[in-house]
Write a protein that binds this ligand. Structure first.
Ligand code: 4AD
Ligand code: MG
Length: 465
């Protein structure tokens, strides 16, 4: 049978069983006693398994002793109890076939030593071979699976919302435009340049910044839905928490108000934190050891404590009284910057904060107005170390108030006519939020740059691979 490292280390094969394992060499060490120790990994879990290769193999000196990091091999071996400390099981190899050599190991970019994250970013196609990117990838997978499971168990339906759209869901003008190849001008012009039409088959269209508006249409019929897909923002921000292409999870709930979705966000985060601690203990131990010593304790703390709710207005008070010199000055009405968010979550509270009821004028057109006429029923979840990981709101379900807002903000009403229909035909209060998936992965792993938690990051000046 073909085996995977994870099963071998977990004792899924009886001692004495013969298995075939295919994977890559992590390290090789030759012993004077007539065998080599090869650490083999296949990505199925954090650890590699130790394979003991005797010099009696016919290709021992011709091949085995020439193996270097990342050579691919297939071994036939017996599962045995390990003599050494650490792992319980190892492999006693009876045959080893080299599948692929590493040419010129001296210049192999992933040669085994500590590489900086900046260096690894230049090798986005090879970095999945490193311990750190492997661990991030498995944690990312587990978080995605746990999110789907959480919503499924809570009677949400997954709705796939479009990537190409004509509406600017956030009204913030951070759109990438979609164009089509100009078929009338093919083949290519003699300069070798491609001609594009300025639009999507005769209409201006963009890559979506959020699936929310489409999700609202489905929530207003199926009650509880969520999206999980890629979103795009043409903001030219070169920060460690912004990407031009990122994934977003957006639940939308009919008949819900702001406190309902604040609660939902807390339940959801706790659920996925638990899943990661249970299912990715090996990877999380690595993050705690090598990346951020609080990686595990932070999640445990969050699981067992209530999130702190705070009004925007009170947060401004706290920031004003903090005596801190912020780069961006604080006053009621300003949008909070990451330094403010981090002060609140890290220094003032020391745990995630759900900030609610923001000034109307700094928020999107669809947010529900509060009685005071100044604020909207919006919320952000602020996490220590990162700042905003979730943004959401109750939606304005009253057509007259929505129209007033669209007019005030000078948005093209025609583009939102289908959205207005949701208010014209059986409107209901509803609310939802968006979780930036990469911000979540950063938060859970302690990885400080968002570009290191998505396989192939897209950001200003970064779209290779
Ligand atoms: O706060 P945002 O802009 O909210 C929305 O898009 C709403 N339509 C969501 C909703 O209510 N359904 O974005 C939501 C989250 C942010 O809290 C942040 O975590 C993440 O998306 N985000 C980004 N992540 C990476 N790179 C960027 N450029 C991001 N912009 C937002
Ligand atoms: Mg936001």
């Amino acid at each position: 049978t073909f085996a995977v490292v994870k099963d071998i280390l977990a004792g899924k094969h009886a001692v004495g069983d013969t298995v075939v394992l295919r994977g890559w060499v992590r390290t090789r060490r030759d012993s004077k006693a007539g065998f080599s120790f090869i650490n083999l990994h296949d990505g199925s879990c954090f650890d590699a398994v130790q394979a003991v290769v005797p010099n009696s193999l016919e290709n021992y000196s011709s091949e085995v002793q020439k193996l270097t990091t990342s050579c691919s091999v297939s071994v036939t071996a017996t599962v045995v109890e390990s003599q050494g400390k650490g792992q319980e099981f190892e492999l006693q190899v009876s045959a080893l076939e080299v599948l692929g050599w590493v040419e010129d190991p001296e210049t192999y970019p992933m040669a085994p030593k500590r590489h900086s994250m900046e260096y690894l970013r230049e090798y986005a196609h090879l970095r999945p071979r490193t311990n750190i990117t492997g661990a991030v990838t498995r944690v990312r997978h587990t978080l995605a699976q746990a999110l789907h499971r959480f919503f499924h168990e809570n009677n949400f339906f997954w709705v796939s919302t479009p990537i190409i759209t004509t509406s600017d869901a956030e009204g913030a003008g951070e759109l990438f435009r979609v164009s089509t190849l100009d078929m009338t001008n093919l083949p290519l012009t003699d300069k070798g340049q491609v001609d594009y039409n300025e639009d999507f088959f005769g209409k201006e269209a963009f890559l979506t910044v959020s699936g929310q508006l489409n999700a609202e249409a489905y929530a207003c019929a199926l009650s509880k839905v969520y999206t999980f897909g890629p979103t795009f923002r043409a903001e030219n921000s070169n920060t460690s928490r912004h990407l031009a292409e990122f994934w977003m999870v957006e639940p939308e709930v009919a008949f819900a108000d702001l406190d309902d979705i604040a609660k939902l966000s807390e339940d959801m985060l706790k659920y996925v934190f638990k899943a990661v601690l249970e299912e990715r203990a090996d990877d999380m131990a690595f993050f705690a050891q090598r990346v951020d010593k609080d990686a595990i304790t932070r999640l445990e703390h969050m699981i067992s404590n209530d999130f702190v709710h705070m009004d925007y207005t009170d947060a401004i008070d706290i920031l004003l009284k903090s005596g801190k010199e912020f780069k961006y000055p604080v006053a009621w009405g300003v949008d909070l910057q990451s330094e403010h968010e981090r002060y609140l979550a890290e220094e003032h509270v020391g745990a995630p904060v759900i900030l609610k009821n923001y000034p109307r004028d700094i928020k999107a057109f669809y947010m529900r107005q509060n009685e005071d006429g100044k604020t909207v029923a919006a919320m952000d979840v602020l996490a220590p170390g990162i700042g905003e990981i979730i943004g959401g709101s109750a939606r304005e379900e009253r057509l007259d108030l929505l129209d007033k807002r669209i007019d005030e903000m000078g948005l093209p009403k025609e583009e939102y006519s289908w959205y207005r229909d949701l208010r014209r035909y059986g409107t209901v209060p509803h609310a939802g939020f968006g979780l930036g998936f990469e911000r979540l992965v950063s938060y859970v792993t302690g990885m400080s740059n968002i570009r290191d938690v998505i396989p192939f990051p897209r950001a200003p000046h970064s779209a290779d691979f």
